[in-house]
Design a protein around this ligand. Sequence first.
Ligand code: SF4
Length: 442
Amino acid sequence: MVERKIKTVYDVICPFCGTLCDDLEVDVDNTTEKVVEVRNACQIGTAKYFSSNPSEHRYEKPMIRKDGELQETTWDEAIDKAADILVKSKRPLLYGFSSTECEAQGKGVELAETLGGILDNTASVCHGPTLLAEQDVGVPSSTLGEYKNRADTVVFWGCNPVHAHPRHLGRYSEYVRGYFKKDGRNDRFVIVVDPRNTHTAQIADLFVQVNPNEDYELMNAIRATLRGVEIEEEEVSGVPVEKIKQLVDILKKARYGVIFFGMGLTQTLAHHRNIDTAICLIRELNDHTKFLITPMRGHYNVTGANQVFSWNTGYAYSIDFSRGYPRYNPGEFSSVDLLMRDEIDSSLIVASDPASNFPADSVKTLFKYPLIAIEPHETPTSVFADIVLPPQMAGIECVGTAYRMDSVPLRLRKVKDAPGDCLSDLEILERLLEKVKEKIGE
Ligand code: SF4
């Protein structure tokens, strides 16, 4: 009989959201290789660790669709069939990559280039506009550690960290005591700009309720007021001019301020123009004080996907290799647009679940063609896949590198073995690439 022992792994990095909290303690039962306790993580981070335990929803062996049903198979057969699908396609889509580690992302780039396919990550439906704006006008930014130690004015615009990044507030931006902000929350003035009275808005010092889709107008009214322009209207975007003046006054008096923004800004009407103007506002605020800006990235390594794609191809997302060299054109080569125009003929979905959040018509196209999913759990995407390749979960069952939302790279730790025959995303993509090369005679 094996003696039941609990091993504790310290300083574990949570692979759920872009905050990448690095202080988790995870207890693992060494007889069953199950996570039994997680300390320091928020509820969603904790849930991810428990989701790694074997369950009816966890894939443990490669699966292949036969007679309409997903059935267990060997790795050799699954890799061979997957490579076959990709090699026979004229326009394969490789999508996802934001919930896996950088080494696997690099292999994904190599595979897309070898296939002459389309390479895209989840930024194309979240912070793609941020990347476009940063390319347009640059970005004055800093690290979360700097904000923790120095920021006295924190603006959350179009984001709700209480729900989406729960420990961001306690570790970096609101309640935390910093080196120069020893009194924590009392040393910070927190502003929320949002159309909804969110839970983050409810704990702010000032809530500015903007009309939906009118952030661009409000941002420019703030910029105009900052320059001394008298606005003739009584309100802009639903915000009284007196409140805009109050806001500008607070921003100017800050000694070190930061705007954190989310999809409430990137995915509303003006898209990347919202971020352009937010960055310009930051530049103008720097005539008066010190101000910076940082996007609240969702998937834990979407920042890494943008970095890895950029250093390999020159572009952060929406990349087409069909001419043998990378071409970049969001709106043309982004996954949703390609699917809406029915311009793919197979897909490889890595660590992502587009069926849960893409428009219904694009999902219909996705399911029309052969679909390969590298995915640890049953998801609305993977249950319709023709081949499922089960990975170890990076940051829980294998090591790897991930970039935090402020572009700081961190090394993910392994806390336990994966169940069944799971391989790491990197090993799966390596085997797939090797088989593809063999089939095309490279
Ligand atoms: S805030 Fe994000 S990174 Fe931190 S524990 Fe929660 S889910 Fe994990």
